[in-house]
Ligand binder design. Sequence first.
Ligand code: ATP
Length: 231
Amino acid sequence: MIGVFGGTFDPIHYGHLRAALDVHQALALSELRFLPLNVAVHREQPRASAAQRRAMVEAAIAGEPGFRVDDRELMRAGRSYSVDTLTSLRDELGDKRPICLLVGGDAFNGFFDWHRPRDILELAHLVVMQRPGAPMQRDARLRAEVQRRRATRREELERSAAGRIWFESVTQLDISSTRIRRMLALGRSPRYLLPDAVIAIARDCGCYAAGTSPSWLDDSQAPRQQISGQS
Ligand code: ATP
């Protein structure tokens, strides 16, 4: 079973990393791929460029066996959604291998507003990571879907390639990229919220400094200005 964790990772922090490791270990995944996204569909452009965010993810996961970066979303032009990402992964991995799409509890609450949610469930299992402070606001449709698809034993995920929903309570770390960006813009230290190697890259590129424009505007390695993202 492989895990897929998409995010803007602007920048990646211990909230992402610890949750990913919790899921990796709980489900004994053979690998977990971090997929930095160009732009999440329902949010503003990341501050750091694609190349900078990729470098930060690589630095953050260096030395952790079973973690890797998958940059297919950064390489792909045009608008893309989870369903497209998963279709592309299916082309690579075949129809049989279970794929677990990691989603935060907050994102999961709006799952039926995502692009082609039913097709997503044909392509992958959902692993919902409970995030601190995120209220559960499941509507009747989502509750019914959870009742029908919920898996409580790992074998249930292994038995099929897609279509089940798993809840994993992950280490509660109330850390967000937004807060880290603000701290860096104010000249405060975000130390102990994210790896030092990531802070070093963020400081070197100055991408979160106050008064800078988003670096994708002048980064030749991030040619796309079309909106794309995970939803
Ligand atoms: P931002 O503050 O810029 O919105 P973020 O910290 O939420 O960023 P994203 O890259 O948008 O980070 O998140 C990617 C995924 O990681 C989402 O599914 C999100 O719910 C999850 N996530 C983010 N922070 C945490 C955390 N502290 N604990 C568990 N999951 C998290």
